[in-house]
Ligand binder design. Structure first.
Ligand SMILES: *[C@@H]1O[C@H](CO)[C@@H](O)[C@H](O)[C@H]1NC(C)=O
Ligand SMILES: *[C@@H]1O[C@H](CO)[C@@H](O)[C@H](O)[C@H]1NC(C)=O
Ligand SMILES: *[C@@H]1O[C@H](CO)[C@@H](O)[C@H](O)[C@H]1NC(C)=O
Ligand SMILES: *[C@@H]1O[C@H](CO)[C@@H](O)[C@H](O)[C@H]1NC(C)=O
Length: 580
C-alpha cells in the first residue's frame, strides 16, 4: 500500500508543471558533467554525526550529544566531539566540556567556529544550555574546543537554536527551547535572539531580544532557518511562515507562508537553501525549502505515526517585490522526505539527501515507533539533484545516482567536501547509542559515505595561488591548469556551512567575477562585492570548467580575517543581568 502510494505520488509529480516556476532569473543553464555518480562507504565518525562542518581542506568536525560513543577521550570517558581527517579517515577526540546535543554552529568572521546552545548534563560533562564553544581550525592536530560558561555564555538557555553569520563577522543566535521537548511550546520556548559578540542595540545592552515571529510560529519552530541576504537583512523561516528581518532596527516584515499546509521546522523537519548568488542575477536572493510534513503541530503527538507520509513539496521564493507578490512556487521532489539535507554543489545545483518518506523527527514519541524507537520509517535512500536553472518540471534527477544502503534518519548530516564529494554521516533515532536494531546509531566502521558526482570522474581543473584572505572587490590572480576541452571557467566561492537537523547554517554559493588570460594559464578573480553578499569568514573557492567540472576547493577567509567587533560594556551587562 505504501509503495503504491509513493508510486502514485511520483507519477503525479511529473504531470504537475502548471504550478512550477516561470523562467528563472538565474543564469541560463550551463553544462553539467554527465554520467554515473559513485558511492563509497568508508571511515568511521567515532561519535555519531549529528552536527558536521568542514573546517580545513582536509578536516571536518563532528559534534554529537553526550552518549556512549566508542571514541574515548584520554580520561576514559566517551567523546562526543571529534575531528575527522578526510584523507585518512582517522578521528581524533575533541574535548567539549558541555553537552553539544542539538547545538547550532556558525563561523565567526575570523574563521573560528562558534558552537552555541545545547543540552543539560547527561552521563558526564557540563550543562550546555547556555554554552558558547570556540574551535579555531588548525592543520597540525593540536586545536581543540574552548569553553568556559563562567565568562562566556549565551543570554539564556537555547536548545535547538538556529544561527547565522552577519556582515560584521558576528553571529546571531536565533530561538530554541529551554528544555527537552518534542514540540516547542509557550512554556519552554525561548522566542528571542542574541548576538555573539553581544551588542548594545535597539535598547538591549547585550541582553536577549524578543522575537514576535518566534512567539507566533509555535509549535513547530525549532532550528529556524536563518540566512544573510545581500541587502543585509535576514531571511527567517519557521513552521509554515517566513519573514524578512532587519536586525539593525529590530523590524520584522512578514513574507507569504508556505502553501498547502506543509510544515518544515523540527520535528516536522525540512531543509532550506539560498540558491546561488551570481553577477548575472545581480545577486538577487531566491530561497527554496523542501520536505517536511503536513502533520498538525498543534495536534496531540500521540496521534502521530511513523507511517504518516512526509511532504514531497519544494517551495521557492524570489525575494524581490515582484517575486514576493507572486508568492511561493511549488515543485515536487520525486520522493517525499522528512529530515532531508540540501547541499549546494560547486556546479550550482543542489543535492537533496538523507531523511525518511514517512513519520517525523525525534524518537520514542509515536505509538508505532520502529527500529526500535525511530519516529520515522521508510528511509529515502536515493539522492536527487536539483538544477535551479532547469526548465520547470525537469529540474529533479536521480539518474546515474546509486542508492545508499544506510538509513539516515534523525540526527543525520551531510556536507560538500573541499574535493567536491558529498559526505553523509550519522543517524541516531535512539536514546543513547543503539546497535543491532533496524535503525542503529551510525558511527560504525565504513558507515561514512562519500558520494562523487559525475564531475569527479572527468579531467579536472586545478589552480594555485589563492591568498589566505580575499578582501571585498580586490583582485587576485590564480595560476590555473585546465583540461584541454575547456572553453571557459567560472569561480564559485562557497561557504560549506554547519549542518545539523536539515539546517545548513551559512551555506552559500557566490559566483565571483573572473577573467581568463588568452593563454588560459592565469585567472584574474575579483573578491565578492560586499560583506552582505558574502559575510566575512571562511570560504572554499572552486574553479569550475564550462563542462561543469570543479577544481579542488581551496580554503581562504573572505574579508581581512579580523575578529568581530567587541563591545565590552554589552558583555559586562550581559554577565551582570542575564539569567544564569
Ligand atoms: C573559567 O573562568 C573562571 C573565571 O575566570 C576561572 O576561575 C576558571 O578557572 C575557568 N575555568 C576553566 C575550566 O578554565
Ligand atoms: C510544554 O511542554 C512541556 C514539556 O512537555 C509541558 O510540561 C508543558 O505543560 C507544555 N506547555 C504547554 C503550554 O503546552
Ligand atoms: C578527490 O577526488 C578525486 C576524484 O574522485 C579522487 O581521485 C581523490 O582521491 C579525491 N581526493 C580526496 C582527498 O578525497
Ligand atoms: C575570533 O573571535 C572570537 C570572538 O572575539 C575569539 O574568541 C577568537 O579567539 C578569535 N579567533 C581568532 C583566530 O582570532
Amino acid at each position: 500500500m505504501f509503495q503504491l502510494l509513493v508510486t502514485l505520488v511520483s507519477l503525479a509529480c511529473c504531470a504537475l508543471s502548471s504550478d512550477v516556476s516561470s523562467p528563472s532569473i538565474l543564469d541560463p543553464p550551463s553544462t553539467f558533467a554527465s554520467g554515473p555518480w559513485s558511492l563509497v562507504q568508508q571511515g568511521t565518525s567515532g561519535v555519531s554525526g549529528m552536527q558536521l562542518a568542514i573546517v580545513t581542506e582536509t578536516t571536518a568536525v563532528i559534534f554529537d550529544k553526550v552518549e556512549h560513543n566508542p571514541l574515548m577521550t584520554e580520561d576514559g570517558n566517551p567523546a562526543w566531539t571529534a575531528e575527522l581527517n578526510l584523507n585518512t579517515h582517522v578521528v581524533r577526540p575533541l574535548h567539549a566540556l558541555s553537552n553539544t546535543w542539538c547545538a547550532t554552529g556558525s563561523f565567526l568572521g575570523n574563521g573560528t567556529l562558534l558552537s552555541s546552545g545545547g543540552n543539560p548534563i547527561v552521563i558526564t560533562g557540563q550543562n550546555g544550555l547556555q554554552a558558547l564553544r570556540f574551535f579555531t581550525p588548525c592543520q597540525d592536530g593540536t586545536c581543540d574546543i574552548w569553553e568556559n560558561s563562567s565568562v562566556v555564555r549565551t543570554t539564556s538557555p537555547r536548545w535547538y537554536p538556529g544561527s547565522v553569520r552577519i556582515e560584521d563577522g558576528s553571529v546571531i543566535i536565533f530561538g530554541g527551547a529551554t528544555a527537552n521537548v518534542l514540540f516547542n511550546n509557550a512554556t519552554v520556548s525561548n522566542p528571542s535572539y542574541e548576538f555573539y559578540p553581544p551588542k548594545n542595540i535597539n535598547g538591549f545592552n547585550g541582553l536577549k531580544i524578543p522575537s514576535p515571529f518566534l512567539a507566533s510560529t509555535l509549535n513547530a519552530n525549532l532550528f529556524p532557518f536563518v540566512m544573510e541576504l545581500p541587502d543585509g537583512n535576514l531571511f527567517v523561516a519557521a513552521n509554515q511562515r517566513a519573514m524578512i528581518f532587519n536586525w539593525k532596527t529590530n523590524t520584522e516584515t512578514p513574507l507569504p507562508g508556505i502553501p498547502n499546509g506543509v510544515r518544515f521546522s523540527n520535528p516536522l523537519s525540512g531543509s532550506a537553501v539560498l540558491l546561488p548568488l551570481t553577477p548575472e542575477n545581480n545577486y538577487t536572493p531566491e530561497v527554496m525549502i523542501c520536505g517536511g510534513s503536513t502533520l498538525l503541530d498543534t495536534a496531540d503527538p500521540s496521534t502521530f505515526s511513523s507511517q504518516s507520509p512526509a511532504s514531497a513539496q519544494c517551495s521557492r521564493l524570489l525575494l524581490t517585490a515582484e517575486g514576493i507578490a507572486a508568492g511561493w512556487k511549488v515543485e515536487h521532489m520525486p520522493q517525499a522526505r522528512v529530515m532531508p539535507d540540501m547541499v549546494l554543489l560547486p556546479d550550482g545545483r543542489v543535492v537533496i539527501v538523507n531523511g525518511a518518506q514517512t513519520g517525523l523527527a525525534a524518537y520514542g514519541t509515536v505509538p508505532d515507533a520502529v527500529g526500535p524507537i525511530s519516529n520515522a520509517d521508510h528511509p529515502a535512500f536515493t539522492p536527487v539533484v536539483y538544477d535551479p536553472t532547469g526548465a520547470a518540471g525537469r529540474r529533479f534527477s536521480s539518474q546515474g545516482i546509486p542508492a545508499s544502503t544506510i538509513p539516515r534518519l534523525y540526527h543525520s548530516t551531510a556536507t560538500l567536501t573541499p574535493n567536491g564529494s558529498i559526505l553523509l554521516a550519522g543517524s541516531n533515532p535512539n536514546n543513547d547509542i543503539t546497535i543491532g536494531t533496524e535503525y542503529p546509531t551510525e558511527y560504525r566502521p565504513h558507515r561514512l559515505e562519500f558520494y562523487s558526482p559525475a564531475y569527479l570522474s572527468k579531467p579536472r581543473p586545478s589552480y594555485k595561488g589563492l591568498p589566505t584572505t580575499v578582501n571585498y572587490n580586490s583582485e587576485f590572480t590564480l595560476s590555473v591548469q585546465l583540461p584541454p576541452d575547456t572553453t571557459g571557467v567560472t569561480v564559485a566561492l562557497m561557504d560549506l556551512g554547519f549542518a545539523t537537523h536539515g539546517s545548513h547554517m551559512d551555506q552559500r554559493f557566490v559566483k565571483l567575477v573572473s577573467k581568463l588570460s588568452p593563454d588560459r594559464k592565469t585567472l584574474t578573480v575579483t573578491g565578492p562585492p560586499t560583506s552582505r553578499i558574502y559575510p566575512p569568514g571562511p570560504a572554499f573557492l572552486y574553479v569550475v570548467t564550462s563542462g561543469g567540472v570543479p577544481s579542488f576547493g581551496h580554503k581562504t577567509i573572505v574579508g581581512t580575517g579580523a575578529s568581530p567587533p567587541v563591545d565590552q560594556g554589552a558583555i559586562d551587562n550581559m554577565l551582570r543581568m542575564a539569567e544564569w
